[in-house]
Structure formats: structure tokens, C-alpha cells
Design a protein around this ligand. Structure first.
Ligand code: SAM
Length: 345
């Protein structure tokens, strides 16, 4: 399995894609031949330093007609949390899977702000936790309660089982609740999901969206989108609510309309996260929100010894969100870290 847990999609969409916007009727299959791309909107400017775009996660290449690939089950690491446990979101070959804290720790509000030019130190200040005070245990307990504060139903439980059977790592329980909340609070009518997976994120988003809302979900794997559709159907959402587009996110996203979406969930190839972020910001209308799942990657981005592509992409993403003056950033310490940002203006 790949460095980032076998979640990278390497297969390209074989059907040409057309320019698509949330106002258009959904299609349950790859789209017909392309219309000319919409002219790019003028670039938004920032006076503060920004990072270059980057990338993420992996999945195996496959064909549209291939069987659903079976991956090793995701291991659950030992936990230090006193009262409850969470499934790990890492891939089976991730050596960090054996470490003792599969969840990112809470931010120390008293931590000094590090120099911005030091990416690792800056990132560490965001998610790090070193030397927390004696109330550390209480914070961890709060965190554990928050993770399961909104219990899940059988639909999502069944989707999680299917995800495990097929080696897909769905959004965590706390992140799923946060997505429903964000979609509802923002009355998100037009939503993009990067990484359909088994549909846990898809249904969590749909549950917060108004009835007329349309969710566009992108994944390289037809087999995964089949699972996501099943999860949607079991939750009562028909094809009219979800437009599944099969293809590489970085091929599909440029064909979606500028400033036309209320919410973008990023949960696909980790190494592509910085580029997903740039695309998401382009897609959002003012006030819209981007949510990037797994940004803490179980603590590895705070470990300066980790110099791999996934860790580097995540650090770059966190830094980009923090330093982009167009964005109001928020790191939610749920699941494996849900990094959110709303587009100002
Ligand atoms: C972590 S899973 C998504 C889980 C999903 N959000 C859920 O909650 O069930 C990542 C998904 O991204 C897909 N993927 C990986 N690389 C991709 C890429 N470059 N473009 C689009 N999808 C990709 C994988 O096939 C996989 O289904």
C-alpha cells in the first residue's frame, strides 16, 4: 500500500468532462463531451506569504469494470484516551499505526507563535501539544466525548463496515458530525466532495443540506462510487441529489464553475491537498467553507523527522490555510483533524 494509506487515485477519467456547475442537472454517470471551459476569474490577491500548491493520498489504479478492490483492514492503534476509542484513519502499512495517539492533540493556547518562515515549527504550533499542563487529561476526556457527541445511525454504521471491507478510510465520527453541522449552518445548496469513498462523508453532508441542494462527488474509483451511491440510497437520497463524477480530482475540479459552491470537502489524495485547497478557494462563493479531512495524519506532521511527501503536503496545506488572508481558518480537533476555512468577503 502507498505511503499515505493506499488512497491515491491514479486512474484518469476516460470520458471527457464538460464544464459543470451546481445549477446544472446531476448525472449519475461520467459526463458527455466537454464544452469550452469557463474563463478563469481574476486571481484574488494576498499581501501575506503563501505556499505553492501541492498534492496527496493514494488509491490503486483500476478499471471501471474492475471488481471492488479489497485492501487490508485499517488497524486500530492502542489509545491513551481514558474512556473511549476511535478507529485509526491510517493505512495498514503506516508504521505510525502502532503509536499510542491516533488522534491529533489539542492546541496549547499558550504556545508562543513561531516564526512564519519555519514551516515545521509553524505547523507544530498549530497542532502540537507538547508539555500541556496537568489538565491535559481533562482535555483528552473532553475530546473523547466530543468525538462521539452525535451518535451515528445504522446507515453510516453499515457504510463504515463496507468501507473497512474494501480498504476505504471514511471520515471519522466526529468529522462526519462536523460536516453535517457545516452544511446545515451554511445552508449549503451546492457542495463538492473530493473523494466519494464509501459515502460516509457524502451522506453526512447531504444530511445538513437543504432538500434542493446538489452534491457533486468526485472519485477515481467507479467501485467506490457504487458504494457511495448505495449509502446514499440507504439514507434516502436519490440520484437527483448527488452528481457522481468519475475521474482524477485535479482533472475534474478545473471544470467546475468559479465561486459557485457553498462547501467543499477535501478527502482524497493527501499529497494533492495543497492543489485541492487552491481549487476549493476558487470554487467557493464568499462565505463558503472548505473542510480538509485528516490534516493531522495522526500526529505525523508534528514530527520534524517525517520528511515524506504526505507530511510535507499536509504541512504546506496547514500553512497555506493559516497565512492566506482571504480565509478565516479553524482547526477542528475531531477525528484526525478537520481543517476548515471560510472565504472572507
Ligand atoms: C479517504 S477515501 C474518501 C472517504 C469518503 N470521504 C468517506 O467518508 O467515505 C479517499 C477516496 O479518494 C479517492 N481518490 C484517491 N485519489 C484520488 C484522486 N486523485 N482523485 C479523486 N479521487 C481520489 C479514493 O478512490 C477513495 O475513494
Amino acid at each position: 500500500m502507498s505511503e499515505d494509506g493506499g488512497r491515491e487515485g491514479t486512474r484518469r477519467a476516460r470520458t471527457p468532462l464538460r464544464v459543470v456547475g451546481p445549477e446544472q442537472a446531476p448525472s449519475a454517470t461520467p459526463t458527455p463531451p466537454a464544452a469550452p471551459a469557463a474563463p478563469p476569474s481574476p486571481p484574488r490577491t494576498s499581501t501575506r506569504p503563501r505556499d505553492d500548491a501541492g498534492r496527496r493520498h493514494g488509491h490503486r489504479p483500476g478499471r471501471a469494470t474492475a471488481r471492488i478492490p479489497v485492501y487490508p483492514r485499517v488497524p486500530t492503534g492502542p489509545l491513551r484516551l481514558p474512556s473511549t476509542t476511535f478507529p485509526s484513519r491510517r493505512g495498514a502499512d503506516d508504521e505510525a499505526a502502532t503509536t499510542a495517539h491516533p488522534l491529533p492533540r489539542l492546541v496549547d493556547p499558550d504556545a508562543p507563535t513561531p516564526p512564519e518562515e519555519d514551516v515545521d515549527t509553524a505547523t507544530t504550533a498549530v497542532v502540537a501539544t507538547a508539555d500541556l499542563d496537568p489538565d491535559d487529561g481533562e482535555r483528552e476526556r473532553l475530546r473523547a466525548r466530543a468525538e462521539h457527541f452525535s451518535p451515528e445511525d445504522e446507515v453510516l454504521a453499515a457504510a463504515r463496515e463496507r468501507a473497512a471491507e474494501h480498504g476505504i478510510v471514511p471520515v471519522g465520527v466526529g468529522a462526519a458530525a462536523a460536516l453535517t453541522f457545516l452544511a446545515s449552518a451554511g445552508r449549503a445548496r451546492a457542495v463538492v466532495e473530493i473523494g466519494s469513498g464509501a459515502g460516509v462523508g457524502t451522506v453526512s453532508l447531504l444530511r445538513g443540506m437543504p432538500p434542493e441542494g446538489l452534491l457533486t462527488s468526485i472519485d477515481t474509483e467507479v467501485a467506490h462510487q457504487r458504494l457511495a451511491r448505495l449509502t446514499c440510497a440507504e439514507a434516502g437520497y436519490g440520484a437527483g441529489r448527488v452528481r457522481m463524477i468519475t475521474g482524477r480530482a485535479l482533472d475534474v475540479l478545473p471544470r467546475l464553475s468559479d465561486a459557485a459552491y457553498d462547501l467543499v470537502l477535501v478527502d482524497a489524495a493527501t499529497v494533492e491537498y495543497p492543489r485541492y485547497l487552491a481549487e476549493a478557494v476558487r470554487l467557493l462563493r464568499p462565505g463558503g467553507v472548505v473542510a480538509l479531512d485528516n490534516v493531522c495524519w495522526t500526529g505525523r506532521i508534528t514530527d520534524p523527522a517525517r520528511r515524506d511527501a504526505v507530511s510535507a503536503a499536509l504541512r504546506e496545506t496547514v500553512r497555506a490555510v493559516r497565512t492566506d488572508e482571504r480565509l478565516a481558518p479553524l482547526l477542528l480537533p475531531v477525528s484526525d483533524g478537520l481543517l476548515c476555512a471560510s472565504l472572507l468577503g
